[in-house]
Design a protein around this ligand. Structure first.
Ligand code: 9MR
Length: 546
């Protein structure tokens, strides 16, 4: 049957639907519940999409601009619901941001804010042990420190600096670029109604934890706060094993420096509400940077007794460049501009282990602070990258930027969304419509315009994951999963096999998915996957012409 964005489309948006090859001939769009045809045309030619191995036909429904509920009909196909609405993604942006609240450590979620997903507090993290790998003169092995709050990383209950960093950056960048949208938003979190926009309150919950992960003695930053092994399927308050801070590292210090420098700028206008916060964030950034300069190759590897997520990364050039870019923009100190070596830096789609794209993104946002030649370089490089991604989209049988098997990694949905994020940076510079339309197609893809006909966001869309790999969703006794979480998505790596007793139906990149709680390789949730969905959903809502 036809695959469409299950949350609908904005009136002025590009609107693509995908039909099976069998649906050659005419398509019709009718008003829901009637036979009155409002749009008709020929379906596109059948083309094979290598990512799913299937032949598909595209349909361009962009001419459908009047808000309303419709049905898409084609010969031999069941009718599919289609919605056009000026607020198509408002609930999504809020819901996907609210998921961060649902993943908060160290706080009980009460029914007023969490509804059926209310739960007792877990992980106070006020008595965290110093692991042997993190021991120092001032903090010997086995002594305790306090590092409460923060978000659980994913389906597990651990907190990782590297992954928190790209997550916080992406959320703060969404606010920085689209402040009006977020200022008008009401998330119904405990801080709602205070002087800060809800998104900033939510981010502060994690920033407070991150700050506590810095050793005040030397500016170094611990990689993670974790149990020794993953917990079983229990609720947070039942997961009471000892917690450790584990090894400082260069990637953690640089990611931390970048995020703190960025946050220092974003929170600056709120100095009256949070006296001293902006300066404190900046100072934390500088101290972490200095530690990294003195310790430039401390690559993190799990110590033998620690078996939780590693987020190991032995390529550190991108982290250096990102931190330098953010510190330059925050302090104006030319030494950071020199350390950045901008001309030599390539541009790529960002992910937790490759943060270079985030440097380009911040530099593009603050072109006015750059020397003329740098500003031109940024405009050209970001624009070219956007054009390249848009060209891939244009040539794709599925109208998607995900055209390489290499895109279907662990967390492929976030790879798609980070492609969209880069497209949007380019669109903001040059206003080339194909870049916005390509980003829209990515949003469509994660919301149902995909070969499985799945919206990959819990609680959103007609068919969405019911069994995400997310301990609270599995252990809370509520049928519906905790809402607003994007699952990782198709991943032919299938690293959860054979541990997960359920088999995948296919090894093809875009089909390699199962909606099962055991599937940590395709059906887990994670903060760094939700964040670019917040960003893209907000950006599309804010940027699409009416
Ligand atoms: O998102 C991470 C992915 O890029 C890695 O390939 C994978 C294996 O190392 O780990 C993923 O991150 C997981 C983390 O290690 C622990 N918490 C859950 C994360 C999402 O699955």
């Amino acid at each position: 049957d036809a695959a469409v964005n299950q949350l609908g489309y904005l009136p002025g948006a590009a609107k693509w639907a995908v039909l099976p090859a069998a649906a050659g001939g005419e398509f019709r769009v009718v008003r829901a519940g009637s036979d009155s045809v409002v749009l008709r045309g020929a379906t596109g030619p059948a083309r094979r999409w290598a990512m799913s191995g299937t032949e598909v036909r595209l349909v361009d429904l962009s001419a459908l601009t009047a808000p309303g509920d419709y049905e898409l009909r084609a010969d031999g196909q069941a009718p599919v619901r289609l919605r056009v609405a000026p607020d198509a993604y408002a609930a999504l942006t809020a819901g996907v941001l609210k998921a961060f609240y649902f993943n908060r450590a160290s706080i009980s979620l009460d029914a007023r804010h969490a509804g059926p997903w209310a739960r007792p507090a877990g992980h106070p993290d006020t008595e965290v042990l110093v692991h042997a790998s993190a021991a120092s003169a001032q903090r010997p092995e086995g002594t305790r420190l306090s590092a409460p709050k923060g978000w659980y990383d994913a389906g597990d209950y651990n907190k990782y600096i590297v992954n928190s960093s790209i997550t916080v950056y992406t959320l703060l960048a969404a606010y920085e670029q689209f402040p009006a949208l977020f200022k008008a938003q009401h998330l119904n979190i405990p801080e709602s109604g205070n002087a800060l926009p809800d998104v900033l309150d939510e981010v502060l919950w994690n920033l407070d934890w991150m700050l506590a992960m810095q050793d005040p003695a030397d500016g170094g930053v611990y990689n993670k706060l974790t149990n020794l092994g993953f917990d079983g399927n229990v609720m947070p308050h039942q997961a009471v094993g000892p917690r450790y801070v584990v090894a400082k590292g260069t990637a953690a210090a640089l990611d931390f420096a970048a995020v703190m420098a960025h946050a220092s700028r974003v929170f600056k206008p709120f100095d009256a509400q949070r006296p001293g916060l902006s300066a404190r964030l900046r100072d934390a950034a500088v101290a972490a940077w200095q530690w990294a300069r003195a310790n430039p190759r401390v690559v993190f590897k799990n110590p033998p007794d620690v078996r939780t997520g590693e987020y190991g990364d032995d390529k550190l050039d991108d982290e250096f460049a990102w931190a330098a870019a953010e510190l330059f923009l925050t302090t104006g100190d030319a030494a950071y501009r020199d350390a950045l070596k901008l001309e030599a830096q390539p541009i790529r789609v960002p992910n937790w282990g490759d943060v270079l794209g985030l440097a380009w993104m911040s530099l593009a946002q603050h072109r006015d602070q750059l020397a003329k030649a740098d500003a031109e370089l940024v405009t050209r490089r970001v624009g070219d990258f956007g054009r390249q991604l848009a060209a891939t989209w244009q040539g794709s049988a599925y109208r998607l930027t995900m055209e390489s098997a290499n895109d279907f990694v662990w967390g492929s949905n976030s790879q798609a969304l980070n492609q969209a994020l880069m497209l949007i940076q380019a669109y903001r510079l040059g206003g080339e419509r194909a870049q916005l339309d390509a980003a829209q197609s990515v949003l469509d893809y994660v919301l149902g315009r995909n070969p499985l006909g799945m919206s990959y966001v819990t609680g959103f869309g007609q068919r969405s994951p019911l069994h995400p790999h997310h301990r609270p969703s599995e252990a809370d006794g509520v049928d519906a999963p905790v809402p607003g979480f994007l699952v990782g998505g198709p991943n032919p790596g299938q690293q959860d096999q054979p541990h997960c007793p359920v088999r995948y139906a296919s090894k093809l990149p875009a089909l390699s998915y199962i909606d099962h709680g055991c599937s940590y390789a395709a059906n887990e949730v994670a903060i760094n996957w939700n964040a670019p969905l917040v960003y893209v959903s907000a950006a599309i809502q804010a940027l699409t012409p009416p």
